[in-house]
Design a binder for this molecule. Structure first.
Ligand SMILES: [Zn+2]
Length: 60
């Protein structure tokens, strides 16, 4: 088992608020992350910030 738990979160474009990407963060050590990524909606590189946690529908 790997130490610590990583959580899948969305990366949200700060310009159009689209959830374009997903990433894994450790919520205990990382609260906020920002990545410069290409947004297909804005059609340019924009800042994407970590957003809400991705909940899997299967399981409990
Ligand atoms: Zn965008």
């Amino acid at each position: 088992m790997p130490r610590g738990k990583s959580t899948n979160v969305y990366l949200i474009c700060k310009d159009c608020k689209m959830q374009n990407y997903t990433t894994r963060i450790n919520k205990k050590t990382t609260t906020k992350l920002e990545h410069k990524k290409f947004c297909p909606t804005c059609k340019k590189m924009t800042v994407h910030a970590t957003g809400s946690e991705i909940k899997h529908s299967s399981g409990n």
